[in-house]
Each structure stands twice: as C-alpha cells, then as structure tokens.
Design a protein around this ligand. Structure first.
Ligand SMILES: NC(=O)C1=CN([C@@H]2O[C@H](COP(=O)(O)OP(=O)(O)OC[C@H]3O[C@@H](n4cnc5c(N)ncnc54)[C@H](OP(=O)(O)O)[C@@H]3O)[C@@H](O)[C@H]2O)C=CC1
Ligand SMILES: N[C@@H](CC=O)C(=O)O
Ligand code: NA
Length: 432
C-alpha cells in the first residue's frame, strides 16, 4: 500500500461501477477523514475504451487489459463490479492469490464459488467483502457477520430482489403489463444483464443462499435453493389476493431448526397488515430472527446505481481501515458445518389455489374429501365467478406439508368435475 493513499483497481464501469466512481468522487473528503488516507482509483477495466460513460472519467485510467490491474503492486483493492461467473471468477481469484483485497457485488460468483474464494482470501489473509451482493444498499451481510454474531439465527426472510418487487408493485398498483415494467426496470439499471435471473427467481436464490450460509454457519449454494419466479403470476392472482386481503411478493426464506436448513424463493401471498406488504418498488426488506435479538428488519433500496455503490464504497472503506492497521483477513468464512437441506416436499406452509370446476352439487365435497384424505386441511373456500355451468373456487389451506398438497392436486386434476387448477401460491407471514 502506498504510504499516503489506498489504490483501487475497478473491474467494470457499468451501473454499479459508475455509482462507485460517483460516490468516491462526491464524498472524497469525508471518506479521507474516515480512513485517514485518500482512496484513489488507479485503473478501470472496460471492454471498450471509447464507449460513452455516464460519469466523467480520466481516459488514462481506462484499460482493456486486466493484467494492468492484477500485476500492479500498488493496487491494494480490486473492486469487481462486472458480474457473471467468467471471467470475473478468474480475475477475483488471481487478485486474491496476488495478496490483493477484493470487494465484489457479484452474488452469482459468491453463491456458486464462495468456498474457493474464501479459501483464497484466508490463504493470503486478504479481505473479501460483498455487502452489495445481497439487498443492494441495505447493510445485511456485515450485521449478520458482525453485529448479530452473538445470536443463534433462526430465520432470515424477505424481499431481496428489487427488479421483481418493482414489477409486482406496478402490476398491483397500476395494473401495468409485466414486459413493459421489466423494460422500465432495465432502463433504471435495476435488472441483471440477463433479466431472466431476476424474474425467474435465480438472483434472489443466490442471495438467500449467501444469507443462509452466513446466518446458519453452513455452506448453502444456489443449487440447494428451491426456486420459483414471478413469470406465472397473473392479473387474476393479484386481484384474488387483493380480495382476500393479501399482496403478492417474491420472497426469499431461510430457516434453521434442529440442524436442518430450509431455503426457498417463490412468490407468496402476504397479509396486507404485514410490514413486507408495504415494501414496494425497488425496495427490499430482510427480517432476521435470532435467539437474543428477537426480530430485526433491514429496509432500503435493493438495487440501483447509487444505493448499490453505497454498499461497495462502505466495503472499500472497511478494507482501507484494515490495511491501515494490518488486520486484513480478520473476518473469515463462517461456514463451519454442513447441515442438511430440507427437501421442498417436507416443507410446511399454507397455500392459495384456484380451481375451475363444474357448477353442480357435490363437486366441492368431492374435492374436500380428496384434500382430507391427503391430510390437507382447508382454512377457507370461496366460490368466485361462474360462467355457464362452470364455477371458480379459491381455497386457502392451513399449514400443510408440500408433498401432501402436491399429491392431492395430482388426484384433483384428474377428477372429471375439475376443468383446471390455476397457480398454486404459498401464503406466508400470517398466523394460522
Ligand atoms: N445493478 C444493481 O442494482 C446491482 C448490481 N449488482 C451486481 O453488480 C454487478 C454489476 O452489475 P451492473 O453494474 O448492474 O451491471 P452492468 O452490466 O451495468 O455493468 C457491468 C459492467 O462490466 C463490464 N464488463 C463485463 N464483462 C467485462 C469484461 N470481461 N471485461 C471488462 N468489462 C466487463 C461491462 O462492460 P460493457 O459496458 O462493455 O458491457 C459493464 O460496463 C453484477 O454482479 C450485479 O449482479 C449487485 C447489486 C445491485
Ligand atoms: N437485479 C438485482 C440487482 C441487485 O442485486 C435486483 O433487482 O435486486
Ligand atoms: Na447489502
């Protein structure tokens, strides 16, 4: 580290990279006071030197050669905000093996290759910080790793993808079209380079895997997470949810009980009185329940240029402070054990489902008996619209085991009196 400044190599100058440059520039004097040294961006890796940028940048800082950063011994911190797995993984590993510290926002990388990255940072006593990788600007990684370290964490759950929350909010409050709102989210810089990751739930799955790994001290990877996205959510579902006193949100849920971890991402009906029902647009919120702290909620913008940059720059400042004191690598990986991941079929929750059935005597009794035989208890049954000799019924179950519900629906789908089964959506956040 040069004696009077901390030098940064920035990989990527897109939405987040631009925000990082802006924050480091606009708050430079405050940051210098907090660190005791200047923080300077020495080199920026881009793919196209001549690409117009949304921030003023000295062209001499730009390079298309990553080795200009990785081989520069004056660069103390590599800030990876390129995204994707390759070549980001190679660049981050090489930076760590060269004894550099890394700040990254890359949840894809962490959720798939976290073990490798943390082993490399431990081998060289380097800092590897990733606050921006989950819930954007919201501090949640450091609170779990540091502030709440004295707790046995029982649950981490919430809205952890800004793009889908923005889409669902606009569909619910304005009746907007899915594709149109997704385009808006992309234009606002919320969505991933491939927005399928957002709308299919993969982004939220990577994030809940990271949170679960830290919270429960066990390695949870993206592949361990049961995932459903929001592409099947219809206007009818949103309307029925509203009539029943719910809103639909995409939730990430991670729980640990008796050494078994439950981890899933899916749309859910949330009671309108629940705090998460009021988390709208690009905002995220994460509930944490620990045996000492009880319930804590973390709220803020989960995506966007400056909110995400806030988290990245916060990590940069933490590394700079560690460098000053010679204590990099002090916060190591916390995956001490390997706990069992509960298969989705064993998970118990409540369900909302919609059936189109023949409007004739005994149909409902027949369906109810199938559910009863499969140990699926019904909390409410509402007959909705009719058309000719068909009726639509909406059911909400009590807490039931997923496997039992799926088995019951297999039988019900084959009943001659049942025309179709609509979306099956879990119900969360309400007492039985
Ligand atoms: N956007 C957000 O709100 C948030 C994003 N993140 C994460 O931050 C990371 C960056 O996201 P974001 O800024 O939105 O993405 P962008 O696509 O806006 O920016 C990525 C930048 O990296 C550059 N890049 C990609 N590959 C290479 C390469 N091989 N060599 C050089 N440059 C490269 C791209 O260059 P080019 O301009 O040529 O395409 C682009 O400028 C991702 O991991 C994302 O998941 C995390 C939290 C929030
Ligand atoms: N695409 C992500 C960006 C932040 O992680 C989201 O929408 O939350
Ligand atoms: Na965060």
């Amino acid at each position: 580290m040069s004696k009077d400044s901390v030098q940064i190599g920035l990989l990527g100058l897109g939405t987040v990279g631009t925000g990082v440059l802006k924050v480091l520039t606009q708050n430079s004097s405050d940051i210098e006071q907090k660190v005791g040294k200047k923080i300077e961006v020495k080199k920026i890796l881009v793919r196209d030197i001549n690409k117009p940028r949304r921030v003023e940048v000295d062209p001499s800082l730009l390079t298309t050669e990553v080795q200009d950063i990785l081989e520069d011994e004056d660069i103390d911190i590599v800030v990876e905000v390129m995204g994707g797995i390759e070549p980001a993984k190679d660049y981050v590993l090489e930076a760590l093996h060269r004894g550099k510290n890394v700040v990254t926002a890359n949840k894809d990388l962490l959720a798939e290759y976290g073990k490798e990255l943390f082993e490399a940072s431990a081998e060289h006593s380097s800092d590897l910080f990733f606050e921006a990788s989950v819930a954007g600007g919201i501090p949640i990684i450091r609170p779990l790793k540091e502030c709440l370290a004295g707790n046995r964490i029982e649950e981490v759950m919430g809205i952890i993808n800004g793009t889908t929350n923005y889409i669902l909010t606009k569909m619910t409050t304005e009746g907007s079209d899915f594709e149109e709102v997704l385009k808006q989210a992309q234009e606002l810089g919320y969505a991933e380079a491939d927005p399928t990751a957002d709308v299919k739930g993969y982004d939220a799955a990577r994030k809940i895997a990271i949170l679960a790994s830290i919270a429960f001290g066990t390695r949870v990877t993206f592949r361990d997470v049961y995932v459903e996205g929001i592409t099947e959510i219809s206007r009818e579902d949103i309307e029925y949810a509203r009539e029943l006193g719910y809103v639909i949100k995409l939730l990430g849920i991670a729980r640990e009980k008796d050494g078994v971890v439950e981890v899933r991402v899916h749309p859910a009906l949330i009671p309108v009185c629940h705090p998460l029902a009021a988390v709208n647009d690009v905002f995220n919120a994460v509930f944490v329940r620990g045996d000492a702290v009880g319930e804590a909620m973390f709220y803020g913008r989960g995506a966007g240029e400056l909110p995400t940059a806030s988290a990245v720059v916060g990590d940069i400042i933490e590394v700079a402070r560690d460098l000053n004191l010679g204590v990099t690598g002090r916060i190591a990986c916390t995956c001490f054990t390997q706990k069992r991941i509960k298969p989705i079929g064993e998970v118990e929750t409540k369900f909302y489902l919609r059936l189109k059935v023949k409007d004739q005597p005994g149909v409902l009794a027949g369906i109810a008996s199938v559910f009863g035989n499969m140990d699926v208890s019904l909390a409410s049954v509402i007959q909705k619209r009719r058309e000719e000799d068909w009726a639509e019924i909406v059911l909400i179950t009590h807490q039931v085991q997923e496997k039992n519900l799926r088995d019951a629906l297999t039988i019900i789908r084959n009943l001659s009196t049942v025309d179709s089964v609509g979306n099956v959506i879990r119900v969360e956040g309400s007492e039985d």
